[in-house]
Design a protein around this ligand. Structure first.
Ligand code: NAD
Ligand code: UDX
Length: 464
């Protein structure tokens, strides 16, 4: 079976880049990405490709090449469902903020709405692909909804989790370590559906890197991969605190440990704490699933990864207060970086939000600069925590459009995102512009200690 028309529900950080790459690599397939968010779709369709809503290196070129040829962005969800042979569901699956499982379980209401919409609209057989990250056995619920319409339309449900990381989405999609496709491989129809999706990816990915499994393994592998990655960051971050007490240096420890090929060197970069839309939500989801099966030890084991991460963010902020003679009240603290990592404009769960919230509770005056994050997003992130009235966030936080304004008469500067441009800053000028003693806190181990101390900074870096 050859796929001619793909529809993707959800034009976000996953749906947008993934479909742009499929469209570029498969010119004979029409790809329509739909979303209920009208302004997001308008931005994807902006005449100037630099205004697309998601910043990812290399993405605007790909969108520029394929858009209008075989890549379309639309708000007409029904029409796209109707025309498609294959429908990707790539909507958000945030942590529940209400009811049973609040603060832990994945909120699947957007997924269910998609399934109900497909069931209502479809008149021809469809392959439905779970692209969103979902709790294991979600496909069962989708099947229940889709198979109960009584209109004779047949569905195959596949799980095809996305492993791209933000900031490197295009490279990750072009050259993935593996593509995972879970399906009902024991039946002829299921195997045919899996093969149809394998054919799409085989346009640019070697078949031996396209892994096929049963649906449940595929769903669970995605949560497992994120849990393992986040666990490495929490593991090294837990040791960063011990390094600070003992004179060891966390970078040296990470290098020595990571050169053991059984361990490997990736994801051992100590930081102010991991952020992003995935790690915390997916681990909490895993913890909730384990608890719901009564597996309390399993749940506790993984929950510790989150507890460690919360501790790392808090202790970084607490250290700023302690170092500044136990008070930051009325003091100006400059923040470099708001995104949860470099090369993205995404701020979901960014450590910066929590560090600044802590400093605001201590009555600091905060000034923020990030090269890609819009000011309204920074205020929205703080407002979302609901710690204080919105007006107070605006009164205490100033957002500027260059690094040097951050330093102007600041008592301290903290680097919270590892943007390359912060390495290249004129740090002597930063020092001159600050009040003395000039405290510099490196939450990313981005900066060279000897150089900064030479300039005159009181320098603190996580993990040494
Ligand atoms: P996102 O919030 O950026 O995008 C989701 C989009 O879906 C939004 O634009 C929203 O308006 C739209 N949407 C929601 N309900 C809809 C509906 N009923 N009809 C049409 N559109 C609807 O989210 P994201 O970061 O792209 O993540 C999507 C999924 O992919 C999540 O499950 C996430 O866990 C997973 N994932 C994310 C990443 C990542 O790095 N962001 C990586 C791998 C997997
Ligand atoms: C993650 C997974 O890597 C990706 O495979 C999955 O599909 C989605 O979730 P993402 O959240 O985009 O991707 O970014 P990632 O590079 O994993 O970084 C997550 C957080 O961990 C960031 O805040 C990053 O700064 C932090 N991190 C990462 C560290 O602090 N140290 C490291 O060594 C690596």
């Amino acid at each position: 079976m050859k796929i001619k028309n793909i529809c993707c529900i959800g034009a976000g950080y996953v749906g947008g880049p993934t479909m742009a790459v499929i469209a570029q690599k498969c010119p004979e397939i029409n790809v329509t990405v739909v979303d209920i968010n009208e302004s997001r779709i308008a931005a994807w369709n902006d005449d100037d490709v630099n205004n697309i809503p998601i910043y990812e290196p290399g993405l605007s070129n790909i969108v520029g090449e394929a858009r209008g040829r075989n890549l379309f962005f639309s708000t007409d969800v029904d029409a796209a469902i109707d025309q498609a042979d294959m429908i990707f569901i790539s909507v958000n699956t945030p942590t529940k903020t209400y009811g049973i499982g609040k603060g832990m379980a994945a909120d699947l209401k957007f997924i269910e709405l998609c399934a109900r919409q497909i069931a209502r609209v479809a008149t021809t057989d469809k392959i439905v692909v779970e692209k969103s990250t979902l709790p294991v056995r979600t496909a069962e619920a989708l099947r229940n909804i889709l198979d109960n319409t009584g209109n004779g339309v047949k569905y195959q449900i596949l799980s095809n989790p996305e492993f791209l990381a933000e900031g490197t989405a295009v490279d990750d999609l072009m050259d993935p370590d593996r593509v995972l496709i879970g399906g009902d491989i024991d039946t002829a129809e299921g195997a045919e559906a899996v093969e149809a999706l394998v054919d799409v990816y085989a346009h640019w990915i070697d078949r031996d890197r396209i892994l096929t499994t049963n649906v449940w393994s595929s769903e669970l592998s995605k949560l497992t991969a994120n849990a393992f990655l986040a666990q490495r960051v929490s593991s090294i971050n837990s040791l960063s605190e011990l390094c600070e007490k003992t004179g060891a240096d966390v970078n040296e420890v990470a290098k020595a440990v990571g050169m053991d090929r059984r361990i490997g060197s990736k994801f051992l970069q100590s930081s102010v704490g991991f952020g992003g839309s995935c790690f915390q939500k997916d681990i909490l989801n895993l913890v909730y699933i384990a608890k719901s099966y009564g597996l309390n030890e399993v749940a506790d084991y993984w929950e510790q990864v989150i507890i460690m991460n919360d501790h790392q963010k808090r202790r970084f902020a607490a250290n700023i207060v302690k170092t500044l003679f136990n008070t930051v009240s009325g003091k100006k603290i400059g923040i470099l970086g708001w995104a949860f990592k470099k090369d993205t404009n995404d701020t979901r769960e960014s450590a910066a939000i929590y560090v600044v919230d802590y400093l605001l509770n201590e009555q600091a005056e905060v000034v923020v600069y990030d090269p890609k994050v819009k000011p309204e997003q920074i205020y929205a992130d703080l407002d979302y925590l609901n710690t204080r009235p919105e007006a107070e966030n605006r009164a205490s936080v100033t957002i500027v459009d260059n690094s040097h304004e951050v330093a102007e008469k600041a008592h301290a500067v903290a680097v919270l995102t590892e943007w390359d441009e912060f390495i290249e800053l004129d740090w002597s000028k930063v020092y001159d512009d600050m009040l003395k003693p000039a405290f510099l806190f490196d939450g990313r181990r981005l900066l060279n200690r000897a150089e900064k101390e030479q300039i005159g900074f009181e320098f603190y870096a996580i993990g040494s």
